[in-house]
Structure formats: C-alpha cells, structure tokens
Design a protein around this ligand. Sequence first.
Ligand SMILES: NC(=O)c1ccc[n+]([C@@H]2O[C@H](COP(=O)([O-])OP(=O)(O)OC[C@H]3O[C@@H](n4cnc5c(N)ncnc54)[C@H](OP(=O)(O)O)[C@@H]3O)[C@@H](O)[C@H]2O)c1
Length: 328
Amino acid sequence: MQKRNKVAIVGATGLVGRTVLKVIEERDLFPVEYVLFSSKKSAGIKIEFGGINYKVQELTESSFNIGFDYAIFCAGSDVSKKYIPIAVSKGCIAIDNSSVYRMDKDVPLVVPEVNPEKIYKNNGIIANPNCSTIQAVVPLKPIDDKYTIKRIVYSTYQAVSGAGRAGIEDLENGWSGFENKKFPHPIFNNCIPHIDVFLDDGYTKEEHKMINETRKILDKPNLPITATTVRVPIFNCHSESINLELKNEFDIYDIKILLQNSPGIIVVDDIEKNYYPLASKADGHDEVFVGRIRRDFSVKNGINLWVVADNLRKGAATNAVQILQELL
Ligand SMILES: NC(=O)c1ccc[n+]([C@@H]2O[C@H](COP(=O)([O-])OP(=O)(O)OC[C@H]3O[C@@H](n4cnc5c(N)ncnc54)[C@H](OP(=O)(O)O)[C@@H]3O)[C@@H](O)[C@H]2O)c1
C-alpha cells in the first residue's frame, strides 16, 4: 500500500491556519494524514476538518519526531525561527508564512503563478511571500515578461486581518469604543500609515518587504521600487494602487487582454458600469482582481493598476496550499 503523506499545520487555530484548512478541504487534498498544532493556549480544542474531528496539539520540540513529510507554518516569526530548523532536521519540508527566511538566498520565495520552478530548488524551506507582495507580483510578472518594468510605486490599503486575530479585535473593539491594543492608534475610523516597525531610513519593515521581495521574485535585484503601506478599517482583503514605468511601448487594450489571459487573475474593469475590484467582492476568493487599468500620462510608458485580493487566501493560505499541492 502506498504510504500516506503526513502534513503538520502549525498555527491551525489562527486566521491563516483556519483558512489553510478551508482551502485544503476545497481542493480535496486527501488522503493525507494531517496533524494540527497551536500554542498551549488553544491545545486540546477540537476542529472539524475534512469530515474528521481533530484535537489540536500543543507544539513542542518533540512534535516533529513522528516524521512529517511537509509542514505549513502559520504561527508567526518566533515559532518559525525556533521550530523550522527542528522540522527540517527530521526530514520535513516547511512552507513558511512568516518573514524569517524570505530573503535568505538559499530559500526560494514562491508564488506558483510566477516562479513555480523554484519550488523544487529548496533545502527544506520554501517561503511564502508577504501578503501585499503576493497579490502585486501576480499581475506584474506577465507585464514584466512582455514590456519590462523599469520602476514601481506601491501604495497599499491593507485590511486588519493582515495583523491576525488581534487586528480584527482592534477594529471590532474600536467600533464599540474600546481602546486599541494591536495597532499604534485606533484603526476604527482611521487610516494608519504604519505597518510593522519603522526602520532607520524612515520606511516601515512592511514597505521594505514589498520592495525586497518583489525584486527577489521577479529576479530583478536592482529594480527601482518605492512603497507606502497603510492599514485601513477593512476586515479582510488588501487593496493596492500600483504605478509602473515600462521600458517598452504598449497599447492599454493589450495590457488588459494580457492580464485577462494570465493565471490567477480576474480583470474587473468597466468604468461605465462602475466595475472595478472591491475588497468586499474579493473576500473568499483565491484570485487576484485587477482593474482601473489606465495610462499614466505623466511619464513615458506609465501605467496605473488597482489590485485587490483576499490576504488570508491568495496572500497566505491559498499560496501555501498551492505549493503543498504541487509537492504532494
Ligand atoms: N493574516 C494575514 O493576512 C497573513 C498574511 C501573510 C502571512 N501571514 C503570517 O502568517 C502567520 C500567522 O498569522 P495569523 O494572521 O494567522 O495570526 P493569528 O491569527 O494571530 O494566529 C496565530 C497562530 O499561531 C499560533 N501560535 C502562537 N504562538 C504559538 C506557539 N508558541 N506555538 C504554536 N503555535 C503558536 C496561535 O495558536 P493559539 O490559538 O494557541 O494562540 C495561532 O494558531 C504570521 O507569521 C503572519 O505574519 C499572515
């Protein structure tokens, strides 16, 4: 009888972890033996998944002794830093949602629509990019292949679910008049131009992630990119304004057709009918929605895009499960 693959889901009780379980169910990735892990806090709770009632286990240093083939890590940087080396030393391939290994030159940073060939160039760790980067590079890749991107300006409008359960609680509590705990300011009725910590150059770490990860994924280490990342009072789905300068001339109609025919993208772009991508419409979907596709007349070969995606799905869980599916 063929051996069943054994897969660990670490952080199964969190926003990304629960979405991972949903996406695995939708894609019917069975029969695989799954084991769900959390911290001590949620250990013991039951989660129904794939028709089976799983008891969530506390993650410990001996958790990987039973021999896992693959693990999806969605429990934050500290957990990835400590437990991924242990998992890998026991022969497990880890797909990591944290930022710990993303810029490591020996770790592939994978978006399956963009660089699927990198999945097999791993030394035991495959990194999932930052949520805001994933949804950006899906439409940027076909544009770069055909017209060569010369410069990128990112401005993001990021949902509170991007900060995990605590982010959702801050928005819900703010609505009820309670104080913020997760964000540096009340997120209710606010836009906060500050995601992750500030670095010495005045940019935030989130902005650096977008810049560096885009360069790595597109394999253009010197590409000029700037970014402003903003948290907005939306429960789920990140929206992004992306301004590009291209090397080659283009026809705007051809760009729309190119994007329409590229994997993982739905073009929603009919201004006469007020059709453009909306966070409320992208919620629960795996695709990246692109609209407001128009020429930027202020530069030669400039273009503007409005790009929206479900950060818990394509920005995290779906991307990780696509990688797992390929490995399985
Ligand atoms: N949210 C997004 O849109 C998004 C997008 C891309 C990447 N990510 C990354 O994905 C990861 C998870 O994010 P999230 O939004 O799902 O966070 P979350 O909702 O706060 O969930 C955190 C999960 O980690 C578990 N955990 C915490 N400490 C642990 C420990 N010591 N051992 C084992 N499990 C532990 C928690 O278990 P308990 O229930 O026991 O607390 C929970 O299951 C983070 O690295 C985040 O940066 C998130």
